[in-house]
Design a protein around this ligand. Sequence first.
Ligand code: ADP
Length: 188
Amino acid sequence: MRLIIMGPPGAGKGTQAKILVEKYSIPQLSTGDILRAAIQAKTPMGLQAKEIMARGDLVPDEVVCGIVSERLDSADAKNGFILDGFPRTIAQAEELDRMMEEKGIALDAVISLDVDADALVARIKQRAEESGGTRADDNEEVLRNRLEVYGELTKPLIAYYKKQGNVKSIDGMGSIEEVTSAITDALG
Ligand code: ADP
């Protein structure tokens, strides 16, 4: 199973991705997690990404496309994967199409989680409290920027994938379990 999970910050992508990892025995490829690990490890990529992520802006397309290209080649991704947080721009989606064509693989579905804006702010505030502030980008001002960036650069991807005919729109407003079963029903 080769999946993309999309949705605005706070929509529950990471939570659902982790559950789908277990259900389908596929790895979660989260560009956000990989970038945060690079920041922790103080690698050159981490140093480049740190300020950008703290502002809630997007890391350059070449950087994240490089991460994904490398991960798609790793042994654990041979039989499938779930991309979480990638692609985030049309350019990234086009590059992913190219990469997958080159590797002779195709997407099974793009899961799009729909949630309302007020719920997003509440969820992220809660996540910030629970995590004890370990994420530099989980505060209200940066969140507003992340939502703006999402609306401007990432949301258009839904139409991009609708044209390809593989979008599954899922109501993300229920409980974790409800959302999971809506996803698994949609995947058939
Ligand atoms: P969320 O799900 O809350 O949006 P992520 O962990 O997916 O958080 O991403 C956190 C940050 O990492 C983004 O705001 C951005 O700065 C950077 N990032 C992650 N994935 C990408 C990507 N595909 N392109 C550019 N920047 C990215």
